[in-house]
Design a protein around this ligand. Structure first.
Ligand SMILES: Cc1ncc(COP(=O)(O)O)c(C=O)c1O
Length: 509
């Protein structure tokens, strides 16, 4: 059998044959109450369709046997279409889990696609298929793949001038810091190689200056592999997040947790007086997109100030909201900003910024060894290659104008999906945060990590991911997130809408 993408740039043919079923987790889904007016620069779409009679979103109109049959068909198509990737995966004998990084196993289909090349918003696999890439390296390639300005800067630094890592500064870093200050407001910046490290070091500095032992996070947050962050709020109290590998201590010893959009819950945690910093994304982006309700972020800021707790905005994903992330778009006033992934155009980098007042406190603290073995270092952090890449990315690629385009395309993407949800009366929702959008399987946008987690549906995820991949569109694995880069075209968004419509129609038929 042959299946074909009818609309959009990529045309691929997939032949279908049977393969064994892989993961088959049960559907977990929940009704989500209430509305949630969007802050500026964001959109919830129009949750016009509601589930009826308390039925969960994914059960309301979809026959389970139909869904499972479609997943089976799409798995077979995937296996048949990407033999090169399947063989490459099988050849990874000496890789832990068969892949360079174990989370690569989470791509749907039983094995990941193996990349041959990528440029702008396009990616080609080793079997020669071209994809519209809405995953964009889960934000690492938000500037698009290998944009020309970054290519030139990296080639110049590495090949012409030489010296990717020397323990000496180059002049690029100061330019990058100044640009980050223009965008995010924080007065002083330091560099890391990952967003995880930016968060780790921000937490350490916060503990140091406040002399407090704990941090606070929001339930179902993700801030990288930061030990303190793997904790969730449950009706029975805080619990380590299931699956936390080799935790050094129970995260309840280091961390307090509250649900997002619940100021009273945060206040109750802050009242203990032992929280150095609240580490937050201004909108959650790793459990669907959960936008702050009007006034919520003001309340967080007010409460943290009242309780002598610092506020860290992790803008690694929320950078999609605009050139200065949510911090600038919503006029937020964090004490620290952390960011990583995207700002080096794909070259590893990260950064954290401090207000002038906080920087003074850190520098004036004689017991803080921020220069040697104090736990805030990294031999290759701030290296010349990363600095050159960040300067080119921020200066020439992820510019203010580029964001206008990316956000316009994301708005078109969101409207396209919403029109499909409305016309098919599908009780799902889509939420946009600037240049990124994500659909979730509940009638209205979740207001907290807990609500959003309850709307997860691994079977629908798998079906939609495979449906898209088999027809030339890559979505972010682990969730249904789409990100626009400067090279993403309106036609790419429309191609996704057409596929989303046909995927929905097949489900509902
Ligand atoms: C909000 C946020 N912060 C930090 C990180 C960690 O990034 P990295 O894995 O590149 O260190 C992530 C990763 O997805 C993230 O989503």
């Amino acid at each position: 059998m042959t299946d074909r993408l009818h609309q959009g740039a990529a045309l691929i043919h997939v032949s279908i044959r049977a393969v064994p079923l892989g993961r088959n987790r049960s559907i977990k889904s929940a009704r989500v109450p209430g509305g949630n007016p969007a802050p500026p620069g964001t959109s919830h779409g129009n949750p016009a369709v509601r589930t009826l009679h308390g039925m969960t979103a994914s059960q309301a109109c979809i026959r389970k046997d139909r869904l499972l049959a479609l997943i089976e068909r799409e798995r077979s198509a995937y296996q048949a279409s990407f033999p090169g990737s399947r063989d490459a995966f099988a050849a990874g004998d000496h890789l832990l889990g068969g892949v360079p990084m174990t989370w690569m196993r989470m791509w749907s289909g039983g094995f990941p696609l193996y990349q041959a090349a990528a440029s702008g918003a396009r990616l080609t696999d080793i079997d020669g298929h071209e994809f519209i890439d809405f995953c964009l390296g889960d934000t690492g390639a938000m500037a698009g793949h290998s944009p020309a300005a970054v290519q030139a800067a990296v080639a110049r630094r590495y090949a012409e001038l030489g010296g990717a890592t020397t323990m000496l500064p180059t002049q690029d870093a100061a330019q990058v810091a100044a640009e980050l200050t223009r965008r995010f407001g924080a007065a002083y910046w330091s560099f890391t190689l990952t967003a995880t490290d930016a968060n780790r070091w921000a937490i350490r500095l916060a503990r140091q200056v406040t002399r407090r032992p704990k941090i606070a996070v929001f339930s179902y947050c993700y801030h990288g592999s930061v030990d303190e962050s793997f904790i969730v709020a449950t009706p029975a109290g805080p619990r380590p997040r299931p699956g936390n590998v080799g935790a050094p201590v129970d995260p309840r010893e280091t961390t307090r947790v509250a649900e997002f959009n619940d100021p009273a819950a945060l206040e109750a945690e802050l009242a203990h007086g032992d929280i150095a910093a609240v580490l937050m994304e201004p909108a959650l982006t790793n459990i669907g997109i959960v936008l702050p309700q009007p006034g919520y972020l003001d309340a967080v800021r007010e409460l943290t100030r009242q309780h002598g707790t610092l506020l860290i905005n992790d803008e690694t994903h929320t950078f999609s909201a605009g050139p200065g992330g949510c911090t600038a778009a919503w006029a937020l006033e964090p004490d620290l900003v952390t960011i990583g992934k995207s700002i080096g155009g794909g070259i590893p980098c990260g950064a954290y910024g401090l207000t002038a007042e906080l920087a003074e406190r850190v520098l004036a603290d004689p017991s803080a060894d921020i220069e040697d073995t104090g736990g805030v270092g990294g031999t290759l952090a701030g290296n010349a290659l990363s600095a050159a890449a960040m300067r080119a990315t921020l200066g020439e690629v992820l510019t203010d104008q580029a964001f206008d385009h990316m956000i316009a395309v994301a708005t078109r993407f969101t409207a396209g999906v919403q029109s499909v949800l409305d016309s098919r009366r599908l009780p799902w929702n889509i939420v946009q945060l600037g240049a990124r959008a994500e659909y979730r399987f509940c009638p209205e946008p979740p207001r907290s990590g807990g609500e959003s987690a309850a709307a997860a549906d691994t079977e629908l995820d798998e079906y939609l991911h495979l449906y898209m991949i088999n027809r030339g569109v890559l979505m972010t694995p682990f969730h249904n997130m789409a990100l626009m880069c400067p090279a993403t075209a309106e036609a790419d968004a429309d191609a996704h809408t057409a596929l989303f419509a046909s995927a929905a129609d097949e489900l509902l038929s």
